[in-house]
Write a protein of this length. Structure first.
Length: 634
């Protein structure tokens, strides 16, 4: 590979990284809703899928460490440093992607709160600890550089060498736990995962596939680095990896196909759907075919045969993880997920940045061979005048990259910084109270979220009993709700106290007379699902209870019964004939419940003041003489 092509590739990687940086600013400034295609109905997307792939490709780290230090196969030691570096970058990419994917990443410190029943808790701790182990394992390679020969640094390097075996053992245990627990994460999502990808053996499938992907990632990396640096690849060692990888790959295929056969799902692979076609391509092209090719010695020991097999295996495993987490995951009717431009930019920027970091280490450390590249002559850096006169390649590269960054940022900003279409729409201002009455109920209660770009705002439960102080958005925009007066008034209007209470307490939960509205209307702006699948599954007897709510196990989400079949005391919300599992936002619930009645009473009693915002929001908290028909958008 000539220098010009390498320069163009690097510039392309920098451009992708710069675009991702712009998208990152937008994501944290605007929130997940405005910057991504994610919704409450589809909370997982391309970032989750990429994270699973990063971890799979990092499987070579613990695999090579076990082979060299536990099984003492010293012939593969030359590949160990590269395997550790790839694993470090893979897990670092996982952590960076997780920071973007979390709604409130600055709350990650709460990981110290013990959650012994949470799969995510175990995953988070394993990732953090294993990444720490990988950094410690790779640190001696960094400390070998001539610039880092200070006695203190060398003493640290000596201590790290002494700790190599304990670190390796710890890393193998942690990565084994983490690779398998990633699969466990999907065991609780049976109702959303396609049957061809779901399996109770997912932990074992994730572990065996990570071993295969990690070994083949080293093969592909070896060929690429040979073209890049014209050195650094030991083909006989890569051939040895190709000889051994059929063991974990074959085990993975046997486990996966056996499980589908035993559960009676395998015939679904022949139903002609696009999912079945994807599954067959994944199994045969990404699994069976390379397994056969690597079993042939002549093919395995040829450069094209080994590289082709490695690429096919990686494609099959990446397809399995992305299909499981994104492509074939069930989406509710009317919801369609497609990653936004900024979401895609961040997803691509993370591996681009990882590749740039790898190239930096490969160019400056003893990573691809025994030699360490000579450090750049920095003697002139102490003399600004001499440095200014230099026309070095480094200065030219810096200038070109700076120009590239400015260009990409200027291009990316107008393309990425666009709000969702619904977020700028203003509510209709009806001319009369009658029109307001026609518009407000039941749309406020039954319509989906009009905007999903607002961060979740904690809702303060109402306090007191006779008079409730409602401060839903914690901004002192309060309402003093005379609970007892409303109860008396509604009892007279509706004829019974039970009907009066059900006007607001429509769930009829145990002790619901004292349950705060925020128990279900948990977000101030967005509708929230009030259905807790885990509670129902646990109460009814675990996974074996599926048929109690679903008549067809093969199509779980499509066959669920309505809530009132079991909860006969539930009362549908206004304008609905069946109970809606999505509770409207706190703002919509409060306004939707109050406004209609206030407008009706304003007309009925000929008291227009009842429809003024100041009726509920006193002390100048709303505009004078403003009616409920033209409420300001929060």
């Amino acid at each position: 590979m000539n220098n010009t092509l390498r320069t163009w590739i690097k510039d392309g990687l920098w451009a992708v990284a710069f675009a991702g940086l712009v998208a990152a600013v937008i994501r944290f400034a605007s929130g997940l809703g405005a910057a991504t295609g994610l919704t409450d109905a589809t909370p997982w997307g391309v970032w989750i899928a990429f994270k699973l792939c990063f971890v799979a490709l990092a499987g070579g780290g613990f695999t090579l460490a076990a082979v060299v230090y536990i099984f003492h196969i010293e012939s593969l030691r030359p590949l160990l440093r590269r395997a550790i570096l790839i694993a470090t970058l893979g897990y670092s990419s996982f952590v960076v992607s997780l920071i973007f994917d979390l709604g409130l990443p600055w709350h990650m410190y709460r990981i110290v709160n013990w959650q012994d029943r949470s799969v995510m808790f175990e995953i988070a701790w394993c990732v953090i600890l294993y990444l720490t182990v990988l950094i410690l394992e790779f640190s001696p390679t960094v400390l070998e550089h001539p610039w880092l020969q200070h006695p203190i640094l060398q003493k640290i390097a000596h201590w790290l060498h002494q700790l190599t075996l304990p670190l390796v053992i710890t890393g193998i245990v942690l990565s084994t736990l983490h690779q398998s627990s990633l699969g466990s994460l999907f065991l609780i999502m049976r109702h959303r995962v396609n049957p061809l990808w779901y399996s109770p053996w997912l932990p074992s499938l994730f572990f065996t596939s990570a071993i295969s992907a990690g070994m083949m990632a080293l093969v592909v990396e070896g060929f690429i680095m040979e073209r890049w640096f014209k050195r650094g690849m030991r083909f006989e060692l890569l051939t040895l990896l190709g000889k051994w990888v059929p063991l974990p790959l074959g085990l993975y295929l046997i486990l996966r196909l056996s499980d589908l056969f035993l559960r009676g799902v395998l015939p679904g692979a022949l139903d002609g759907s696009w999912q079945s076609i994807l599954f067959l391509a994944e199994i045969f092209i990404g699994g069976v075919l390379p397994l056969i090719l690597l079993g042939i010695k002549k093919v395995r020991e040829s450069r094209k045969g080994l590289l082709t097999s490695a690429v096919l295996i990686l494609a099959g495993i990446v397809s399995q993880r992305m299909s499981l987490s994104m492509f074939t995951m069930y989406q509710a009717e009317g919801t369609h997920y497609f990653p936004s431009l900024s979401e895609t930019a961040i997803a691509l920027a993370i591996p681009a940045a990882a590749i740039l970091v790898y190239l930096f280490f490969a160019e400056n450390l003893a990573l691809l061979g025994a030699e360490i590249p000579a450090p750049t002559d920095i003697s002139t850096l102490d003399d600004p005048a001499a440095f200014a006169k230099q026309d070095t390649p480094g200065r030219a590269i810096f200038a070109r990259r700076s120009g590239l960054a400015i260009f990409v940022v200027a291009l990316a900003l107008p393309l990425m910084f666009h709000p969702p279409a619904n977020c700028n729409s203003q509510p209709t201002d009806p001319a009369t109270l009658t029109k307001a009455l026609e518009i407000l109920p039941p749309s406020l209660l039954s319509s989906p979220a009009s905007c999903n770009d607002r961060a979740a705002t904690p809702v303060t439960p109402a306090k007191g009993w006779d008079v409730l102080t409602i401060n839903g958005n914690n901004a002192n925009y309060t309402v003093r709700f005379t609970h007892q007066d409303h109860q008396v008034f509604l009892t007279k209007e509706l004829g019974s106290e039970e009907a009066a209470c059900q006007t607001c307490h429509h769930l009829n939960k145990p002790g619901d007379q004292a349950t705060a509205c925020s128990a279900c209307h948990t977000d101030y702006y967005q509708p929230q699902s009030i259905f807790d699948h885990t509670i129902h599954e646990t109460t009814l007897g675990g996974n074996t209870s599926c048929t109690k709510c679903h008549s067809s196990v093969e199509h779980l989400p499509l066959t669920s019964v309505i809530c009132q079949n079991c909860h006969t005391g539930m009362v549908p919300q206004a304008g609905q004939t069946a109970f809606n599992m999505f509770a409207p936002s706190y703002l919509d619930a409060m306004h939707g419940s109050c406004l209609a009645c206030h407008i009706q009473e304003a007309q009925k009693q000929n008291k227009p003041e009842l429809a003024l915002c100041t009726t509920c929001h006193p002390n100048g908290q709303s505009q004078p003489n403003q009616t409920t028909a033209n409420l300001p958008k929060p």
